[in-house]
Design a protein around this ligand. Structure first.
Ligand code: MG
Length: 391
């Protein structure tokens, strides 16, 4: 690891991820003449095939249900916006945090968590399926963009941030990158921040989408301190406000309050711990990016409320059941007949089967299904499973 100072690290806090301390790329590459390493990571992610597909992948609502709901692409952009704001205020590495945020959901299956759960069940006997691990697999192995290496060959720090969770069993197969899950250590601050920005973004936009869909009501939400406080404030300040603007002002106020809390709390923790560099951040006993105790409790309440009120709403569950049925049926069809997949996927699955038996075959099928958009999965299902019975 080189410790020469780089002009691109100028202005960063000592505990930020810096290019001069980077763990580097898996396949060494010459530096670019005017783009920084994390900037190149971000650019590679934006130009990837998996990133473009996020526009047609579900967050909570199935993509074709309406044009107003969040998709994984708009979700990823909102996560990046929140995380960049905080990174800039704390003199963290804004380019790195943006790269992590834009890549964090690349491995998601069609149909959100319902798709991932179904695929994980299908893969139970073949090594399982974790969407976080799949995001890493997309950037490390599956994208075919370069002549001299597989994947996007991203820096260690971006890959560290993408791998948010990981089972211990899988961590053992990941070398250096998996160690923190075994040793119970933390990633750098940019990765910690991207993780919390993800939670902030989805909890708040799900309030907005849930109200829009009519699955949540203002009365129910008013039972939550985080919502009620902002809602009352906006109503008093703007008595004649329209319902739509009232909801947006409220949700904006909620995000502003929680981001401010995150910023203040993290600043205090950093002032206290004074980590001298990113390795000290990784070694620190607790994560340094976080909420105050009170906000943490209130944020948990919001999360639980959404679980009960939105994710387990009968209408959402019904969507989930259909999604699970589609993913499961597709898995069975392709497993029993690899020729039902396009040639490049069939060839890969056959190659991996020759190396690793049924596990390899199943991994090829899972990669193909995980890469599908919602609408692609629906039409493949209709063509292969239900030609006479449109969904
Ligand atoms: Mg996310």
């Amino acid at each position: 690891m080189s410790v020469k100072t780089s002009p691109r690290d100028a202005g960063l806090a000592p505990y930020a991820a810096a290019e001069n301390r980077s763990g580097g790329r898996r396949y060494p590459e010459p530096q670019h003449s005017y783009r920084g390493e994390y900037q190149r990571d971000r650019d590679r992610i934006i130009h990837s095939t998996a990133f473009r597909r996020l526009v047609y992948k579900t967050q909570v609502f199935v993509n074709h249900e309406g044009d107003l709901y969040r998709t994984r692409l708009t979700h990823s952009l909102e996560v990046a916006q929140i995380a960049r704001t905080v990174a800039r205020s704390l003199d963290l590495n804004e380019q790195l945090v943006e790269a992590i945020c834009l890549a964090h959901d690349l491995g998601h299956t069609p149909f959100g968590h319902a798709g991932q759960d179904a695929l994980n069940r299908c893969m139970e006997a073949f090594g399982g399926f974790e969407h976080n691990l799949q995001s890493l697999r997309v950037v490390d192995e599956l994208e075919e963009k370069y002549a001299s290496f597989p994947g996007l060959n991203l820096t260690y720090e971006t890959r560290e941030g993408i791998l948010k969770h990981c089972s211990k069993k899988n961590a053992q197969t990941l070398g250096e990158l998996g160690l923190r899950f075994i040793d119970r250590k933390h990633p750098g601050l940019e990765a910690q921040l991207a993780n919390l920005a993800d939670e902030i973004a989805y909890n708040h936009h799900d309030v907005d989408d849930g109200l829009r869909a009519g699955l949540l009501t203002v009365d129910e939400l008013a039972g939550l301190e985080l919502f009620r406080e902002q809602y009352e404030r906006v109503k008093v300040t703007y008595p004649d406000i329209t319902r739509r603007a009232l909801i947006h002002e409220t949700v904006r106020g909620m995000i502003n309050a929680i981001v401010t809390d995150l910023l203040d709390t993290t600043r205090q923790r950093l002032a206290q711990a004074q980590p001298e560099n990113i390795d000290a951040v990784r070694e620190h006993a607790d994560p340094l990016v976080g909420f105050s105790e009170q906000t943490s409790i209130e944020h948990q309440q919001l999360k639980r409320f959404l679980q009960r009120g939105l994710y387990r709403h009968e209408k959402v569950r019904q969507m989930h059941r259909q999604s699970e049925a589609i993913v499961t049926a597709l898995f069975e069809v392709y497993m029993s007949d690899l020729t039902a997949m396009p040639a490049e996927h069939m060839n890969k699955a056959q190659r991996w089967e020759a190396d690793n038996g049924a596990d390899g075959r199943a991994r090829g099928v899972a990669d193909y299904i995980a890469g599908m958009t919602d609408r692609y999965a629906i039409s493949a299902h209709q063509r292969l499973v239900n030609p006479a019975d449109p969904p």
